[in-house]
Ligand binder design. Structure first.
Ligand SMILES: [Ca+2]
Length: 587
């Protein structure tokens, strides 16, 4: 074990709060959380031991989750908390017996959910965080509860999280006898947006925020995601030029990789720097075949023209035009940008959603229950007008596209943002754009600088002090994909991060000193540990070493690791074995 993190060791040995098991169980069962939170009702109070299941049979069936194995001894608290006369949240707080570092972790939600992400509660509490989650103000995976109820929309936008966080801090203080020393947030997708929104509206809520694939500029994002269906047409024979799923996964994906995979020097299915990939679908046009068929038909007169070649080999002009629209920036009729372009290389996963030839469910729910309050709204009514309406009404202030997070920055908050380069739900180019937006509003210390290059460098340096954005090459939406996508961004496989000391890669970071070393909670490989090291020790992450397991199975062992670069640095291949992290460098 290394002791370079002595500062943290010292803090943690002081603050690690351990109560003997019998006392802890008794204290848990005698605790009256509802006495400490206004307008709350107790729904669950139990002591759970490591390895047993937390069950939640009342969870909405659409959440498709009824139990979660806990990974530490803990006190599980469930409350409902009223947020207005016509809205409430379901709230869970898992208080571990070993409260490492007196830390609180709030977790986010996804999509248009109403589902507590229990694997994240298990993950946080396994590392000693008092960890909370809420149902974000409604139950299940539909936004129907928002119909004509702005309070439910407000909960979904920001109030459920803020209410839960406030309750979590209060309850931790009441239970442990001392309030949290540090508060963190971790969430992805809608949850990434929730983290950014919290930094904007409630900058004191968190010291450290880990925000993945944030759904910022939310109203226009919903418009952009709705658009794909109108371009692809309907699956199942509904549209003559519909591109079949098999064609997307085969012909189109292969051609994207043929054009772009090798740009980084290694053909491995990973497009390291997506901004360098400008996919040209023109190569897929059945031009030669079509012309041959036409000539033959004309010259020989009485012989029918050849049938068009199958879609698995090439595409007709309408289909190629379709691809041009899909891979292009989405623009308003006047040509200004509405939303950045889709990530090339995401096709295999995108056929499950944006490219499925079906209306994109999250967008439909948003227009029905948040924008128009009309449950009969469907994609036949989709237009630039309804996108404008969403942007104008900005339901529940959900837009989340600030030009600055100055208050969060000023109070010393740290944000780590990550986004997969082959994301099939929210384009990573949106996170690049958001970084530039924030960077453009940095106060420049050297205002006399006449060089735009040095001004840009100064802006990046200023951003590095509080906001770092990591492009996760080859990752899909929040996880999965051909890249090294495991780095502690959430529960499940993503939580199983190896320690640097247990791999061939040694960066000198060693154990993070959280008192339970050797569990992989290492700032070099784990983004949540990196946030802790940054907030509590001032050690900002330069890179994040991601891990790819063989077939994404932890049991099969590590396939390879790669360091993810912080924007605007880009992954650069140096040569040698591409599966060695040392064969790459961020420049
Ligand atoms: Ca590559």
């Amino acid at each position: 074990m290394q002791f370079q993190s002595g500062w943290l060791m010292a803090i943690c040995f002081q603050q690690l709060l351990v109560v003997d098991a019998a006392n802890f169980e008794e204290r848990c069962l005698q605790f009256r959380p509802q006495a400490f939170v206004d307008d709350s009702q107790l729904t669950r109070l139990e002591y759970l031991t490591e390895g047993t299941d937390a069950v939640f049979p009342e969870n909405d069936p659409s959440c498709n989750s009824y139990k979660q194995q806990v990974k530490a001894n803990l006190c599980r608290i469930g409350l409902t908390i009223k947020t207005s006369e016509r809205s409430e949240i379901s709230f869970e707080l898992w208080l571990p017996e070993k409260w490492a570092g007196k830390r609180l972790l709030s977790t986010g939600n996804g999509g248009v959910d109403g589902c507590i992400i229990y694997p994240d509660l298990a993950y946080g509490s396994s590392h000693g965080f008092a960890t909370l989650g809420t149902n974000n103000g409604h139950n299940g995976k539909s936004a129907r509860a928002m119909l004509n109820n702005e309070d439910v929309v407000i909960d979904y936008s920001y109030r459920a999280l803020h209410t839960g966080t406030r309750a979590g801090k209060r309850l931790a203080e009441a239970f442990y006898g001392a309030g949290p020393a540090y508060s963190y947030y971790s969430g992805c997708s809608l949850g990434g947006r929730m983290g950014i929104q919290a930094a904007d509206l409630y900058p004191d809520d968190y010291d450290g925020i880990v925000a993945g694939a944030p759904a910022v500029d939310f109203n226009l994002l919903q418009g952009q995601r709705a658009m794909f269906f109108n371009v692809t047409g309907a699956a199942g024979g509904g549209s003559p030029d519909y591109i079949e799923t098999g064609t997307w996964k085969g012909l189109v994906h292969d051609e994207v990789l043929r054009q772009c995979d090798g740009l980084d020097g290694v053909r491995d299915g990973i497009i390291e720097v997506p901004s360098r990939c400008r996919f040209d679908p023109g190569t897929l046009l059945c031009a030669a075949a079509t012309r041959r068929g036409t000539r033959r038909g004309t010259r020989r007169g009485n012989r029918p023209p050849s049938p068009p070649p199958p879609q698995s080999e090439c595409l007709n002009e309408a289909q190629v035009e379709q691809l041009r629209s899909i891979y292009a920036e989405y623009r308003w009729p006047n040509g200004t940008l509405l939303f950045p372009r889709m990530n090339p290389g995401n096709e295999i996963a995108a056929t499950e959603g944006l490219l499925a030839g079906k209306p994109f469910n999250y967008s439909v729910e948003y227009y029905r229950y948040e924008v128009t309050n009309d449950p009969s709204w469907d994609m036949s009514r989709f237009s630039f007008d309804v996108i404008r309406r969403g942007e104008r009404t900005n339901p529940g202030r959900i837009r989340t596209y600030p030009t600055t997070l100055q208050r969060f920055q000023a109070r010393g908050g740290k944000a780590i943002v990550y986004h997969g380069g082959q994301d099939q739900q929210i384009t990573s180019f949106n996170s690049e754009r958001f970084y530039e937006r924030l960077a453009g509003h940095q106060d420049q210390e050297d205002s006399s600088s006449s060089s735009s290059t040095s001004a840009a460098a100064a802006a990046v340096a200023a951003m590095d002090g509080w906001y770092r954005f990591f492009r996760i090459a080859g990752m899909q939406h929040c996880g999965g994909g051909p890249g090294a996508w495991v780095f502690g961004q959430g529960g499940g496989v993503a939580a199983v991060t190896p320690s640097t000391s247990s791999t061939s890669e040694t960066t000198g970071d060693g154990d993070d000193g959280d008192g339970d070393g050797g569990d992989g909670f290492d700032p070099a490989t784990n983004v949540l540990a990196a946030a802790v090291a940054w907030v509590e020790g001032g050690r900002a992450p330069a890179t994040i070493l991601g891990t790819k397991y063989v077939n994404d199975s932890v049991a099969l062992g590590v396939d390879f690791q790669r360091r993810h670069c912080r924007y605007p640095q880009a992954q650069t291949y140096l040569g040698g074995d591409a599966k060695q992290a040392s064969s790459w460098e961020c420049r």
